[in-house]
Design a binder for this molecule. Structure first.
Ligand SMILES: *[C@@H]1O[C@H](CO)[C@@H](O)[C@H](O)[C@H]1NC(C)=O
Ligand SMILES: *[C@@H]1O[C@H](CO)[C@@H](O)[C@H](O)[C@H]1NC(C)=O
Length: 192
């Protein structure tokens, strides 16, 4: 602990700004006056950044997925994602429970038995949304992830650049930021 304290002081003296923020437990930036009702409906995951080891292994073979957000009881949001895995379409459901802060949700991961915090950092509702997830996947496996959601499968370059800049400001390395290609299958292309 003491050694770590010395290291941080050292980094601060060197002027490595941004480092303390990346140690923060929660993402503090939230979309002001977040309106969940305007966040509902389909989104495509066009960009991702994470330091999770599974992500770093798989990032080059991942493709875009489609996520539909629906309202549920007690202000929860139900997210249903469709994606391609081992040449098959898979669907995964996730329930986000509201916290006292609008735009901040908790997700109870049945797989890891832990709570992940999911924050809507920024959105204009009809074009893009930036989400930030923080949690634990097994012992000593804290991870964080930033996601760029888009209402359409393609997104303006400016919004992608802004997302990459946001990720870097959060301490993600350049090679941990990916823009996902459209899958060459019909999983996410079928009309509803
Ligand atoms: C939302 O998801 C939860 C948990 O999977 C489920 O029990 C609930 O019925 C869903 N709500 C709606 C409105 O689909
Ligand atoms: C990811 O980043 C967080 C915050 O910096 C850190 O606590 C965690 O150990 C990192 N996880 C991995 C797998 O590197």
């Amino acid at each position: 602990m003491a050694a770590q304290g010395v290291l941080w002081v050292g980094l601060l003296l060197l002027g490595v700004s941004g480092v303390p923020q990346t140690q923060a437990k929660d993402q503090d930036t939230l979309q002001p006056y977040f309106q969940p009702d305007k966040f509902l409906g389909p989104w495509y995951s066009v960009g991702l950044a994470s330091n999770a080891s599974w992500f770093l292994e798989k990032k080059n073979v991942m493709s875009m997925c489609k996520t539909t957000v629906a309202p549920s009881a007690d202000g929860s949001l139900n997210l249903t994602s469709t994606f391609l895995r081992k040449n098959q379409c898979e669907t995964r459901a996730m329930q986000l429970q509201p916290t006292e802060r609008p735009g901040r949700y908790n997700y109870h991961s049945p797989h890891w038995g832990s709570i992940h915090s999911v924050s809507v950092v920024e959105t204009n509702y009809d074009e893009y949304a930036v989400l930030y997830t923080q949690g634990t996947q097994g012992p000593h496996q804290d991870f964080r992830m930033a996601s760029l959601y888009s209402r359409t499968k393609t997104l303006k370059d400016k919004l992608k650049e802004d997302f990459a800049a946001f990720c870097k400001s959060q301490g993600f390395t350049e090679d941990s930021i990916v823009f996902l290609p459209e899958p060459a299958d019909k999983c996410i292309n079928e009309p509803e």
